[in-house]
Design a protein around this ligand. Structure first.
Ligand code: F6P
Length: 323
Protein backbone atom coordinates (compact mmCIF):
# COMPACT_ATOMS: atom_id res chain seq x y z
CA UNK A 1 0.00 0.00 0.00
CA UNK A 2 1.53 3.27 -1.13
CA UNK A 3 -1.15 5.90 -0.57
CA UNK A 4 -3.82 6.27 2.10
CA UNK A 5 -6.44 8.85 3.04
CA UNK A 6 -7.61 10.02 6.45
CA UNK A 7 -10.79 11.82 7.55
CA UNK A 8 -12.68 12.83 10.68
CA UNK A 9 -16.44 12.49 10.80
CA UNK A 10 -19.40 13.01 13.16
CA UNK A 11 -19.12 15.02 16.38
CA UNK A 12 -15.57 16.25 16.86
CA UNK A 13 -13.57 15.15 19.91
CA UNK A 14 -10.40 16.42 21.59
CA UNK A 15 -7.53 14.25 20.39
CA UNK A 16 -8.71 13.91 16.79
CA UNK A 17 -5.79 16.11 15.70
CA UNK A 18 -3.36 13.94 17.65
CA UNK A 19 -4.79 10.92 15.80
CA UNK A 20 -4.46 12.64 12.39
CA UNK A 21 -0.86 13.52 13.21
CA UNK A 22 -0.09 9.93 14.18
CA UNK A 23 -1.67 8.56 11.00
CA UNK A 24 0.27 10.97 8.77
CA UNK A 25 3.62 10.46 10.48
CA UNK A 26 3.29 6.68 10.63
CA UNK A 27 2.43 6.53 6.94
CA UNK A 28 5.38 8.76 6.00
CA UNK A 29 7.63 6.68 8.27
CA UNK A 30 6.61 3.68 6.15
CA UNK A 31 7.19 5.57 2.87
CA UNK A 32 3.51 6.03 2.13
CA UNK A 33 1.71 9.14 0.87
CA UNK A 34 -1.21 10.61 2.81
CA UNK A 35 -4.20 12.53 1.59
CA UNK A 36 -6.34 14.51 4.03
CA UNK A 37 -10.07 14.47 3.26
CA UNK A 38 -11.95 17.59 4.42
CA UNK A 39 -15.46 17.70 5.98
CA UNK A 40 -15.70 13.98 6.64
CA UNK A 41 -17.62 11.82 4.17
CA UNK A 42 -18.87 14.94 2.34
CA UNK A 43 -15.25 15.59 1.34
CA UNK A 44 -14.95 12.04 0.01
CA UNK A 45 -18.02 12.59 -2.17
CA UNK A 46 -16.87 16.05 -3.34
CA UNK A 47 -13.22 15.04 -3.81
CA UNK A 48 -12.08 17.62 -1.25
CA UNK A 49 -8.58 16.15 -0.84
CA UNK A 50 -5.23 17.67 0.08
CA UNK A 51 -1.85 16.00 0.36
CA UNK A 52 -0.54 15.98 3.93
CA UNK A 53 3.16 16.01 4.73
CA UNK A 54 5.04 15.44 7.97
CA UNK A 55 5.07 19.20 8.66
CA UNK A 56 1.38 19.63 7.72
CA UNK A 57 0.59 18.09 11.09
CA UNK A 58 3.18 20.00 13.14
CA UNK A 59 1.94 21.56 16.40
CA UNK A 60 -1.54 20.09 16.27
CA UNK A 61 -0.96 17.42 18.93
CA UNK A 62 -2.35 19.62 21.69
CA UNK A 63 -5.09 21.36 19.69
CA UNK A 64 -8.79 20.62 20.12
CA UNK A 65 -11.16 20.19 17.17
CA UNK A 66 -9.96 18.72 13.90
CA UNK A 67 -7.84 20.37 11.21
CA UNK A 68 -9.69 18.24 8.64
CA UNK A 69 -13.09 19.60 9.80
CA UNK A 70 -15.98 17.27 10.48
CA UNK A 71 -19.57 16.79 9.39
CA UNK A 72 -22.54 14.47 9.66
CA UNK A 73 -23.05 13.65 5.98
CA UNK A 74 -26.53 12.69 4.75
CA UNK A 75 -25.35 11.94 1.18
CA UNK A 76 -23.13 9.12 2.45
CA UNK A 77 -26.29 7.38 3.75
CA UNK A 78 -27.16 6.83 0.08
CA UNK A 79 -25.51 4.16 -2.09
CA UNK A 80 -25.05 6.78 -4.83
CA UNK A 81 -22.96 8.99 -2.50
CA UNK A 82 -20.80 6.07 -1.43
CA UNK A 83 -20.24 5.16 -5.10
CA UNK A 84 -19.02 8.67 -5.89
CA UNK A 85 -16.72 8.56 -2.88
CA UNK A 86 -15.23 5.29 -4.13
CA UNK A 87 -14.63 6.67 -7.63
CA UNK A 88 -12.85 9.73 -6.16
CA UNK A 89 -10.57 7.59 -3.99
CA UNK A 90 -9.64 5.28 -6.85
CA UNK A 91 -9.00 8.19 -9.23
CA UNK A 92 -6.72 9.79 -6.62
CA UNK A 93 -4.73 6.54 -6.40
CA UNK A 94 -5.69 6.00 -2.76
CA UNK A 95 -5.52 2.38 -1.61
CA UNK A 96 -6.69 2.54 1.99
CA UNK A 97 -8.74 4.82 4.25
CA UNK A 98 -8.58 5.70 7.96
CA UNK A 99 -11.80 7.10 9.43
CA UNK A 100 -11.85 8.74 12.85
CA UNK A 101 -15.26 9.05 14.45
CA UNK A 102 -18.05 7.31 16.32
CA UNK A 103 -21.07 5.11 15.70
CA UNK A 104 -22.40 6.92 12.62
CA UNK A 105 -18.93 7.05 11.07
CA UNK A 106 -18.42 3.31 11.43
CA UNK A 107 -21.91 2.48 10.17
CA UNK A 108 -21.05 4.41 7.00
CA UNK A 109 -17.61 2.81 6.79
CA UNK A 110 -19.10 -0.66 7.12
CA UNK A 111 -21.56 -0.14 4.26
CA UNK A 112 -18.84 1.45 2.11
CA UNK A 113 -16.43 -1.44 2.77
CA UNK A 114 -19.08 -4.07 2.00
CA UNK A 115 -20.18 -2.44 -1.26
CA UNK A 116 -16.80 -1.53 -2.67
CA UNK A 117 -14.28 -3.85 -0.99
CA UNK A 118 -12.18 -0.74 -0.27
CA UNK A 119 -9.94 -1.25 2.81
CA UNK A 120 -11.09 0.93 5.72
CA UNK A 121 -9.78 1.00 9.31
CA UNK A 122 -11.45 3.09 12.01
CA UNK A 123 -10.29 4.95 15.09
CA UNK A 124 -12.74 5.63 17.95
CA UNK A 125 -13.05 9.42 18.14
CA UNK A 126 -16.03 10.51 20.23
CA UNK A 127 -16.49 12.06 23.65
CA UNK A 128 -19.36 9.62 24.32
CA UNK A 129 -17.19 6.51 24.89
CA UNK A 130 -20.04 4.40 23.52
CA UNK A 131 -18.04 2.07 21.26
CA UNK A 132 -17.23 -1.52 22.05
CA UNK A 133 -13.67 -2.55 21.29
CA UNK A 134 -11.88 0.18 23.22
CA UNK A 135 -11.89 0.80 26.96
CA UNK A 136 -11.85 4.51 26.21
CA UNK A 137 -12.53 6.49 23.06
CA UNK A 138 -10.38 9.43 21.96
CA UNK A 139 -11.83 12.57 23.59
CA UNK A 140 -13.69 10.93 26.46
CA UNK A 141 -11.02 11.59 29.09
CA UNK A 142 -10.72 15.25 28.12
CA UNK A 143 -14.51 15.68 28.13
CA UNK A 144 -14.97 14.23 31.60
CA UNK A 145 -12.18 16.43 32.94
CA UNK A 146 -13.90 19.45 31.37
CA UNK A 147 -17.15 18.45 33.07
CA UNK A 148 -15.45 17.94 36.43
CA UNK A 149 -13.81 21.36 36.18
CA UNK A 150 -17.18 23.00 35.40
CA UNK A 151 -19.11 21.14 38.10
CA UNK A 152 -16.48 21.98 40.73
CA UNK A 153 -17.15 25.64 39.94
CA UNK A 154 -20.90 25.13 40.09
CA UNK A 155 -20.44 23.41 43.46
CA UNK A 156 -18.86 26.57 44.89
CA UNK A 157 -21.88 28.70 44.13
CA UNK A 158 -24.36 25.90 44.93
CA UNK A 159 -22.83 25.63 48.37
CA UNK A 160 -22.79 29.39 49.01
CA UNK A 161 -26.54 29.56 48.33
CA UNK A 162 -27.61 26.12 49.64
CA UNK A 163 -29.00 25.27 46.22
CA UNK A 164 -29.86 22.17 44.24
CA UNK A 165 -28.28 22.17 40.77
CA UNK A 166 -29.20 20.00 37.82
CA UNK A 167 -26.23 19.81 35.45
CA UNK A 168 -26.89 18.36 32.02
CA UNK A 169 -23.99 16.66 30.24
CA UNK A 170 -23.73 15.15 26.75
CA UNK A 171 -24.68 11.56 26.02
CA UNK A 172 -27.72 11.06 23.80
CA UNK A 173 -27.71 7.30 24.15
CA UNK A 174 -25.17 6.64 26.85
CA UNK A 175 -24.28 7.75 30.34
CA UNK A 176 -20.50 7.35 30.42
CA UNK A 177 -19.82 11.06 30.84
CA UNK A 178 -22.58 11.40 33.46
CA UNK A 179 -21.53 8.43 35.58
CA UNK A 180 -17.79 9.14 35.66
CA UNK A 181 -18.21 12.86 36.30
CA UNK A 182 -20.90 12.15 38.90
CA UNK A 183 -18.47 10.05 40.92
CA UNK A 184 -15.68 12.59 40.47
CA UNK A 185 -17.78 15.54 41.65
CA UNK A 186 -19.69 13.84 44.46
CA UNK A 187 -23.08 14.21 42.76
CA UNK A 188 -26.06 13.21 44.90
CA UNK A 189 -27.56 11.38 41.91
CA UNK A 190 -26.66 10.50 38.33
CA UNK A 191 -29.35 10.00 35.70
CA UNK A 192 -28.50 8.21 32.47
CA UNK A 193 -30.38 6.63 29.56
CA UNK A 194 -29.46 3.16 30.80
CA UNK A 195 -30.11 3.48 34.53
CA UNK A 196 -33.78 4.32 34.36
CA UNK A 197 -34.01 6.27 37.65
CA UNK A 198 -37.57 7.55 38.23
CA UNK A 199 -38.47 11.05 39.44
CA UNK A 200 -39.91 9.45 42.60
CA UNK A 201 -36.59 7.72 43.33
CA UNK A 202 -34.74 10.97 42.70
CA UNK A 203 -36.95 12.89 45.11
CA UNK A 204 -36.41 10.17 47.74
CA UNK A 205 -32.62 10.52 47.30
CA UNK A 206 -32.83 14.31 47.62
CA UNK A 207 -34.96 14.08 50.74
CA UNK A 208 -32.57 11.58 52.33
CA UNK A 209 -29.74 14.02 51.64
CA UNK A 210 -31.68 16.83 53.23
CA UNK A 211 -32.29 14.74 56.34
CA UNK A 212 -28.58 14.03 56.63
CA UNK A 213 -27.83 17.80 56.54
CA UNK A 214 -26.63 18.19 52.96
CA UNK A 215 -26.52 21.89 52.21
CA UNK A 216 -26.04 21.77 48.44
CA UNK A 217 -26.68 19.03 45.93
CA UNK A 218 -25.67 18.36 42.37
CA UNK A 219 -27.64 16.02 40.12
CA UNK A 220 -25.86 15.06 36.90
CA UNK A 221 -28.25 14.36 34.04
CA UNK A 222 -27.20 12.77 30.75
CA UNK A 223 -28.99 14.59 27.91
CA UNK A 224 -30.58 11.30 26.78
CA UNK A 225 -32.17 10.42 30.13
CA UNK A 226 -35.69 9.12 29.39
CA UNK A 227 -37.23 11.51 31.95
CA UNK A 228 -36.14 14.42 29.74
CA UNK A 229 -33.26 16.85 29.97
CA UNK A 230 -32.23 18.80 33.07
CA UNK A 231 -34.99 21.43 32.61
CA UNK A 232 -37.74 18.84 32.40
CA UNK A 233 -36.43 16.84 35.36
CA UNK A 234 -36.09 19.99 37.51
CA UNK A 235 -39.68 20.91 36.63
CA UNK A 236 -40.99 17.47 37.56
CA UNK A 237 -39.08 17.48 40.86
CA UNK A 238 -40.60 20.88 41.66
CA UNK A 239 -44.07 19.47 41.05
CA UNK A 240 -43.40 16.89 43.78
CA UNK A 241 -41.61 19.05 46.32
CA UNK A 242 -41.05 22.74 46.74
CA UNK A 243 -38.33 22.52 49.36
CA UNK A 244 -35.33 23.28 47.10
CA UNK A 245 -34.04 26.42 45.52
CA UNK A 246 -33.09 25.02 42.16
CA UNK A 247 -30.84 26.09 39.29
CA UNK A 248 -30.00 24.39 36.01
CA UNK A 249 -26.82 24.38 33.90
CA UNK A 250 -26.56 22.73 30.48
CA UNK A 251 -22.87 22.28 29.70
CA UNK A 252 -23.45 21.59 25.99
CA UNK A 253 -20.72 21.84 23.40
CA UNK A 254 -18.01 23.17 25.69
CA UNK A 255 -17.56 19.46 26.48
CA UNK A 256 -16.39 18.88 22.91
CA UNK A 257 -13.64 21.48 22.82
CA UNK A 258 -10.33 22.20 24.46
CA UNK A 259 -6.83 20.86 24.43
CA UNK A 260 -6.76 17.05 24.75
CA UNK A 261 -5.57 15.55 28.03
CA UNK A 262 -2.31 13.61 28.24
CA UNK A 263 -4.34 10.40 28.27
CA UNK A 264 -6.16 11.30 25.04
CA UNK A 265 -2.96 12.43 23.30
CA UNK A 266 -1.26 9.14 24.10
CA UNK A 267 -4.33 7.07 23.19
CA UNK A 268 -4.75 8.90 19.87
CA UNK A 269 -1.04 8.52 19.08
CA UNK A 270 -1.05 4.78 19.81
CA UNK A 271 -4.21 4.22 17.78
CA UNK A 272 -3.03 6.33 14.83
CA UNK A 273 0.07 4.17 14.53
CA UNK A 274 -2.04 1.02 14.95
CA UNK A 275 -4.50 2.02 12.21
CA UNK A 276 -1.83 2.54 9.56
CA UNK A 277 -0.02 -0.64 10.50
CA UNK A 278 -3.32 -2.57 10.43
CA UNK A 279 -3.97 -1.34 6.87
CA UNK A 280 -0.44 -2.32 5.86
CA UNK A 281 -1.01 -5.80 7.28
CA UNK A 282 -4.16 -6.20 5.18
CA UNK A 283 -6.80 -5.63 7.87
CA UNK A 284 -10.00 -3.84 6.94
CA UNK A 285 -13.53 -3.18 8.27
CA UNK A 286 -12.12 -3.02 11.79
CA UNK A 287 -11.72 -0.40 14.50
CA UNK A 288 -8.41 -0.16 16.34
CA UNK A 289 -8.89 0.23 20.10
CA UNK A 290 -7.10 -0.31 23.38
CA UNK A 291 -8.39 -3.02 25.69
CA UNK A 292 -6.53 -3.73 28.94
CA UNK A 293 -3.65 -1.62 27.63
CA UNK A 294 -3.27 -3.72 24.47
CA UNK A 295 -4.12 -2.73 20.91
CA UNK A 296 -7.07 -4.76 19.63
CA UNK A 297 -8.87 -4.76 16.27
CA UNK A 298 -12.66 -5.12 16.45
CA UNK A 299 -14.92 -5.56 13.39
CA UNK A 300 -17.08 -2.46 12.78
CA UNK A 301 -20.35 -4.30 13.37
CA UNK A 302 -19.21 -5.33 16.86
CA UNK A 303 -17.69 -1.93 17.66
CA UNK A 304 -21.00 -0.17 17.06
CA UNK A 305 -22.97 -2.76 19.04
CA UNK A 306 -24.46 -1.45 22.28
CA UNK A 307 -21.98 -0.66 25.02
CA UNK A 308 -23.77 0.14 28.25
CA UNK A 309 -22.30 2.72 30.59
CA UNK A 310 -23.59 0.71 33.51
CA UNK A 311 -20.57 -0.53 35.33
CA UNK A 312 -22.21 -2.16 38.37
CA UNK A 313 -19.25 -1.35 40.56
CA UNK A 314 -19.25 2.33 39.61
CA UNK A 315 -23.01 2.60 40.10
CA UNK A 316 -22.60 1.06 43.58
CA UNK A 317 -19.71 3.41 44.40
CA UNK A 318 -21.72 6.44 43.28
CA UNK A 319 -24.64 5.38 45.53
CA UNK A 320 -22.50 4.59 48.61
CA UNK A 321 -20.53 7.82 48.43
CA UNK A 322 -23.49 10.12 47.83
CA UNK A 323 -25.23 9.51 51.17
O1 F6P B 1 -21.65 12.15 19.59
C1 F6P B 1 -21.08 13.16 20.30
C2 F6P B 1 -22.10 14.18 20.75
O2 F6P B 1 -21.42 15.23 21.37
C3 F6P B 1 -23.23 13.66 21.64
O3 F6P B 1 -22.86 13.51 22.99
C4 F6P B 1 -24.28 14.70 21.43
O4 F6P B 1 -25.55 14.19 21.70
C5 F6P B 1 -24.13 15.03 19.98
O5 F6P B 1 -22.79 14.73 19.63
C6 F6P B 1 -24.42 16.46 19.60
O6 F6P B 1 -24.32 16.58 18.22
P1 F6P B 1 -24.26 17.96 17.42
O7 F6P B 1 -22.94 18.61 17.67
O8 F6P B 1 -24.43 17.56 16.01
O9 F6P B 1 -25.37 18.79 17.96
Amino acid sequence: MKKIAVLTSGGDAPGMNAAIRAVVRTAVFHDMEVVGVFQGYQGLIDGDFKRLHVRSVAKILGRGGTILKSARCMDFHEAEGRKRAHVNLVEAGVEGLVVIGGNGTFTGAMKFGRETGFPVVGLPGTIDNDLSGSDSTIGFDTAINTVVDAVDKIRDTADSHNRLFFVEVMGRDSGFIALKSGIATGAVAVMTPEMGMSIEDLVAVLQAGEQSNKTSSIVIVAEGDPNGGAYEIAKRVKEKTDSYETRITVLGHLQRGGSPSCFDRVLASRLGVAAVEALRQGHHDVMAGVIDDKIELTPFDLAIGTKSSINEDEVRIARILSI
